[in-house]
Design a protein around this ligand. Structure first.
Ligand code: FES
Ligand SMILES: [Fe+2]
Length: 418
């Protein structure tokens, strides 16, 4: 399970301080959507229903269970041939989330990020149209820009060619020195792109069909306000771990009592609600204190229940929404070898990118990094060493049902190519 501190938690606060878990949690929740637009805690029919499921689970002393135990083979984490197939089918041929749409809300907005090893740039041009391109200069391939920015042109730092936000080549120093080369057709290579559920989705190949990719999330997610989220803090982790182990750690809370005994266990409840949406899936974990609902009449249950919600967008993007608005985007990519992967972690929240926004996102980032780097990633790197040493069992219990969901979905997607 990822680090998932509330957005308002200051960086200096010990990770185990449940500052976001006030004693009055079950009360004062109705009709307060206006101050938390963009938070998963906005009271919508879907969130009300999810909160009630969690309360019912708490009162009954149960958790959502899968139908059985998933059993896999550890070679999936060490097989170079499988990695090549995964990279091609699950990443190059499957739409990938690159950003919250809030980072591309206005004309001139640009986001340039690595997507599973491919440099991609997304722009919102002067007419408001969204574009994605291979982030590679058509002169000799140089990366044009990096990160989140606002600009009128993409100017190559190597020799100074410049491109419009529509991808057209506009400026070429010493333009008359390219005889026999058609500069007019040397625009950036376009890639498929679309905005769905407030997220920007790209395809790494021209033929990838991106439209409709997030349709299974549908109404559950379309109202969540991600179109207002802007990136505030970013980190990249290079882990000695297969990418699937990194995804796995996010979708089960079974490890919290052991691995996060001192950091997260003190304030997380010991049950969850899980859902699948086509290939995508979600786990919601409430905070301790929810058990007090046993003494509250059902008609008085709150419409908005603070939870940690972890959504995994197939195949390897994990969104974690924090209490109080804001959230994390974990963009997990395979490495060049089976035992390597990269996590591009972004902390963001709704609103404008001013100093307050950036500093609050940075504070959340520091808390998250403590837990991810101190607890989660070392554990998955140790798992990888076990599998590289010859360990075989990969087991996902009924109490961690999304392990089985993800692995069977990944396996089905690549089955024909193996
Ligand atoms: S590589 Fe971009 S201008 Fe030369
Ligand atoms: Fe964890």
């Amino acid at each position: 399970m990822p680090a998932h501190m509330p957005a308002h938690m200051p960086a200096h606060m010990p990770a185990h301080m449940p500052a976001h878990m006030p004693a009055h949690m079950p009360t004062e929740t109705r009709g307060s959507t206006h101050d938390r637009v963009g938070s998963l805690n906005v009271a919508s029919p879907q969130m009300i229903a999810l909160g009630r499921r969690l309360i019912a689970n708490s009162i009954a002393g149960v958790t959502d269970l899968g139908e059985g135990t998933y059993i896999g083979d550890g070679s999936m984490f060490t097989d170079p041939a499988r990695l090549e197939v995964e990279r091609e089918i699950l990443f190059r041929q499957t739409p990938q989330v690159i950003a919250w749409a809030g980072d591309l809300a206005d004309p001139g907005d640009v986001v340039a990020r690595d997507v599973a090893g491919v440099p991609v740039v997304v722009t919102r041009d002067e007419d408001g149209e969204l574009h994605a391109f291979l982030n590679a200069c058509t002169h000799r391939g140089m990366t044009l820009c990096d990160g989140v920015d606002t600009m009128r042109r993409l100017t190559c730092p190597y020799h100074g060619w410049s491109f419009g936000l529509d991808g057209a080549l506009r400026g070429v120093p010493q333009r008359d020195r390219f005889p026999g080369f058609d500069l007019a057709s040397a625009g950036l290579q376009p890639l498929p792109v679309s905005e769905q559920c407030g997220l920007i989705v790209v395809g790494l190949r021209p033929e990838v069909e991106v439209d409709g990719f997030l349709d299974p999330l549908g109404e559950e997610y379309s109202w969540l306000g991600y179109e207002r989220y802007r990136s505030g803090s970013e980190r990249t982790f290079h882990n000695a771990t297969n990418w699937k182990l990194t995804v796995d750690l996010n979708v089960e809370a079974y490890h919290v009592p052991s691995l996060h005994r001192d950091s997260l266990l003190p304030f997380l409840a010991d049950h969850c609600a899980v859902d699948t949406f086509g290939p995508h899936c979600r786990m919601a974990v409430p905070f301790k204190g929810i058990e007090r609902m046993a003494d509250v009449a059902e008609e008085e249950w709150p419409d908005r229940l603070d939870t940690i919600m972890v959504t995994c967008i197939f195949p390897a993007t994990v969104m974690v929404d924090h209490v109080g608005g804001g959230g994390s985007l974990h963009r997990i990519s395979p490495g060049r070898r089976p035992g390597e992967s990269t996590v591009h972690l972004i902390e963001g929240s709704p609103g404008i990118r001013d100093a307050d926004h950036l500093s609050s996102c940075e504070a959340v980032m520091e808390v998250n990094v403590d837990i991810l780097s101190g607890e989660d990633y070392p554990a998955t790197e140790a798992c990888q060493r076990g599998y590289e040493g010859g360990s075989r069992p990969v087991v996902g219990g009924a109490g961690e049902p999304l392990i089985g969901h993800l692995h069977t979905t990944w396996d089905a997607a690549i089955a024909d190519a193996l």
